[in-house]
Design a protein around this ligand. Sequence first.
Ligand code: PD2
Ligand code: ZN
Length: 284
Amino acid sequence: MATHTQLTTQWHDWIVENLARGCAVQALVEDMCRSGFDATFAHAAVEALARGEQPPAAAPLKAQATGYVADAPRLPAGNVIPTHDRDVRVLLRVATPTIAVLDQVLDDEECDELIRRSADKLQRSTTVDPVNGGYEVIAARSSEGTFFPVNADDFIARLDRRIAGLMNCPVENGEGLQVLHYGEGGEYQPHFDYFSPGDPGSEAQMVVGGQRVSTLLIYLNDVAQGGATVFPTLGLRVLPRKGMAVYFEYSNRDGQIDPLTLHGGEPVEKGEKWIITKWMRQRS
Ligand code: PD2
Ligand code: ZN
């Protein structure tokens, strides 16, 4: 659980040195969160030092600290969310940030079909380089993956339509479905799915479609041990189950972003883990 809310001299110097080297704010915040810092505090401290100001003395309470004002939730209300071809049951809701766990978004055959179609196309996963907007392989993300463009064929189009219905966004606002596979020991260390405003690489990514607004992550298999999706700042851990999904929202119409949505995929301890991820943007 992330708890550090004060900077030692060493951490202060580490931030200043890395900013001087040209490291992106978001990359430093993610590193600090992985070392146990509170996400909100890490954000405030790095932002302040980047502006040449003093970092905050200690973290304010999480709800007051971020300054993030969420829009009304995009996710439809209710115990069950209807889509064009099936009703999806909601198992858990968190109000702030908007997070939900959804049951049987995909049936067993759909999960198996996605794995079958992906197994021989996997490549080591990359992340967006915050400085130049290109793609880079990083140790913090030890998965392999592939993706299916929006409406690639009838099967993918049906899933894209169901997912867009759940996320309450037009199909065209979605990035292509991303399939990820983790072997034993595979993980995705805590990170943010949004593009950090102000990073040069983010500006390049946002030219088409704008900021990411929400994520739906669907488990394609049961994992024997480990592989939970965690929100360390919130103390929330979702255990993988075939066909089930985690949904969360993190940006508003003013382009503000919510650091409370720091999240990661814990190491797979036994077996393997397959998921698909859908990221929605502000625009098509
Ligand atoms: O595999 C996961 O559980 C996971 C966790 C956090 C995947 C992602 N983020 C992602 O694809 O963004
Ligand atoms: Zn993520």
